[in-house]
Design a protein around this ligand. Structure first.
Ligand SMILES: [Mg+2]
Length: 236
């Protein structure tokens, strides 16, 4: 064990929260940045990182767009603006999933536990979504789609970030990944972290997630104490 903290990395979409009409900001940012009417609804974004999603939208539309770091910067700034606007105008609605506010509040009260984020969203939009869902104050830092397009790299980035933040060693055995897709599971496994899967995502029913044999599988987070106990057990 490292410094004694137990860190839980939560995925966002389908795990902690759900966006209604979240495509509006993404599509607008594509149009404004690349002059192309890309549509996130033409692909399955679940478990993927924002840069990966962007590339898939181009691929599906057979658009050869060569984009580099500068274009990504422009796109991500625009995405942040569009998301802020869509949320404030009520065009996009973001809600915490059932039991999530209770769960993160309970976990925040446990002295040795720290809550972080591992998500394919870029950092700025992740923060916007968490705030809009009313759970922003419960979740600390982590790793984002703005850190890497490759989801499997994110848990280690999150671990290192917490290590710097706590000024203590943090090891894989001190971390658990919580997500709703096989991609969350794979990212946990390649980083030697345990994984709790919750079947509240849009595209992976509980039977499919069970086949992966995660360390824990829950239908949802409606049973707060059950979910807290399950997470605590994963660190034993
Ligand atoms: Mg997800």
């Amino acid at each position: 064990m490292g410094g004694g903290y137990k860190i839980i990395f939560f995925d966002l979409d389908g795990t902690l929260l759900r966006s209604q009409d979240g495509h509006i900001a993404f599509n607008r940012a594509i149009l404004d940045t690349f002059g192309f009417p890309g549509d996130i609804r033409t692909i399955r974004p679940d478990g993927k990182t924002d840069p990966q999603i962007l590339q898939e939208i181009f691929d599906v539309a057979r658009q050869e767009v060569h984009w580099g770091p500068a274009d990504w910067q422009t796109f991500s700034s625009r995405l942040e603006e569009c998301f802020t606007e869509a949320i404030s105008q009520g065009l996009t609605r973001i809600q915490a999933l059932s039991g999530v506010p209770e769960l993160v509040r309970e976990l925040s009260r446990l002295p040795d536990f720290r809550l972080g984020v591992v998500t394919g969203n870029m950092e700025a939009t992740a923060r916007l979504k968490l705030q809009a869902a009313g759970i922003g104050e419960c979740l600390g830092t982590g790793a984002f789609g703005s850190d890497s397009a490759v989801r499997n790299e994110l848990p280690k980035i999150a671990m290192k970030r917490w290590c710097c933040y706590l000024k203590l060693p943090v090891e894989s055995s001190d971390c658990v990944v919580v997500g709703d897709t096989p991609r969350d599971f794979e990212a946990a496994r390649v980083n030697s972290m345990k994984c709790l899967l919750v079947a509240t995502g849009r595209s992976h029913p509980i039977g499919e997630l069970r086949e992966l044999q995660p360390d824990c599988l829950l239908p949802d987070f409606s049973d707060t104490q059950g979910a807290v106990d399950a997470l605590v057990r994963l660190f034993e």
